[in-house]
Write a protein that binds this ligand. Sequence first.
Ligand code: PHE
Length: 347
Amino acid sequence: MPERIDDLVVSATTALTAAADEAALEAWRVAYLGRSGRVTQILRSLAGLPPEERRAAGAAANQAKTSLEAALAAREAAVRGASLERALEQGRIDVTLPGRPYGLGRLHPTTQMVREICDAFAGMGFAVVEGPEVEWDYYNFEALNIPKDHPARDMWDTIWVSPEGPRAEQPMLMRTHTSPMQVRVMEASGGGPVRVVVPGKCYRYEATDATHESMFYQVEGLAVDVGISMADLKGTLYEFARRIFGEQRRVRYRCDYFPFVEPGVEMSIDCFACNGTGCRTCKQSGWIEILGAGMVHPEVLRRQGYDPEVFTGFAFGMGPERVAMLRHGIDDIRLFYANDFRFLQQF
Ligand code: PHE
């Protein structure tokens, strides 16, 4: 009997060494130490031995059981340690690997253009201010020399906002241009000199097409002071065109009509794509119209408390999307606000 126990301990120990994971260890435990395991069977069989043998056999069997239990515990610890080691190895982080690049956002092409335009004027001493997109009829039209029922109103397709509250008798609208800020800035200036650019959104009741959007940006400019002349207008806008479209640019002014300037002009630059020889970008004309401008109308000055005999000024307004379209060869203004990444990611 004691020999059998010794044999069993040897074979059990060998088997235990081969058990390499938790499942194998559990199978081993069931086979040797479980309720009908081999060690348990030996312990049970002791009852059938003659009393003189039982004592020694019992001691040997119990010792075998204790030592196998201890061996199991040790083996379990070793296997667990090894599997932790493996898990750590698999989950190892190499801190020397380069990081994964984040998809960084970027500024919208309109925002980039607006900033570039404003920077060009800021470099010439213009302050940048902003104003409300929902505007009173007074600022958008009336104070700009565009009275009610005047045909000049047809120049702007207007989105009216139903007026509410204490000033309900005064019509409100989504501003059709940034020019109302000319009035607000003069109003707030205390009659002193003014030099501002005003970027912002404008809205028109418009059927959209490749060159028209119902929401778009403008950058307005206004300079008012003693002794400002048309030469200042031309020089300032010429310098702007060179800064945005290149040192070689030439500019052309032609008469245009806006009720709040006199005289009014449109400014064109010679085509930067073909240097004025005629191409698709300039529709074969060699010139590209980029903004409207003029000397601030005396009536507009007078309304805001400036004496037009002393103060003069110039104003201009341009569409930054148009400028961006020209610069990048974009052929449809609707692309700017369609939120298509394939378009936006190119800028
Ligand atoms: N506000 C005019 C428009 O939207 C542009 C303009 C601004 C013209 C300032 C002259 C002076 O068409």
